[in-house]
Design a protein. Structure first.
Length: 202
């Protein structure tokens, strides 16, 4: 039973300080404060709750009214998605190729630059996320990507394009493979592009 006990007795140790801060914020707010936390069950395991808190004035003083719901399934799905994204980024970071994913409108979702190439920039790769590929990629590449991308999302067939770039006095040759990116329930999300430097093979 919770009656007669402080909720902090049942919170996950990692959530105690955060919940204290949220409660303090709720006391200073005139609206509803919502946050999620883990609470210990009778069997010793923890489950995720989401609480909407509101401060009210009573004859005996200030009280916090809280309405809570179990959000374990949602938090579990978020955690699985986060782990999946971390694994994908780790995989991409280990590759020598330039890899990026674009949504159906051509905006970067994930971007990993090719090491030691013309694509190197002083910016973190996160800077490119949310930008359109035409605003980032060289025109000679993006102009070919326009047509290839259109074919990929309309036919779901992988496309390949080859192009050349001048880097100072040198010329580099690249090959790009554009594949449909399919999500859950076979929903088309966009395309994944893998670019390889093939200069040594030309």
């Amino acid at each position: 039973m919770l009656i007669g006990h402080s909720i902090f007795e049942f919170l996950h140790p990692e959530d105690i300080e955060r919940v204290r801060k949220m409660n303090a914020r709720a006391r200073q707010s005139t609206g509803v404060t919502t946050f999620a936390y883990r609470i210990r069950c009778r069997n010793g395991s923890y489950t995720w709750l989401e609480s909407a808190n509101r401060v009210i004035e009573t004859p005996t003083g200030v009280q916090i009214i809280s309405a809570s719901r179990d959000v374990s399934e949602r938090m579990g799905a978020n955690d699985a998605l986060r782990r999946s994204e971390e694994q994908f980024r780790s995989l991409v970071a280990s590759m020598d190729n330039m890899v990026f994913s674009i949504d159906l409108n051509g905006y970067f979702m994930v971007y990993h630059p090719m090491p030691l190439s013309i694509y190197d920039t002083p910016f973190d790769s996160e800077v490119f996320v949310g930008k359109h590929y035409r605003d980032v990629l060289p025109t000679v590449f993006s102009s070919q990507l326009d047509e290839a991308f259109r074919v990929v999302i309309s036919s779901l067939n992988t496309q390949q394009i080859d192009y050349r770039l001048e880097e100072g006095e040198d010329e580099r040759y690249y090959s790009a493979r554009i594949s449909p990116m399919i999500g859950t329930n076979l929903k088309l999300l966009g395309a994944t592009v893998v670019v390889s430097d093939v200069t040594e093979t030309v």
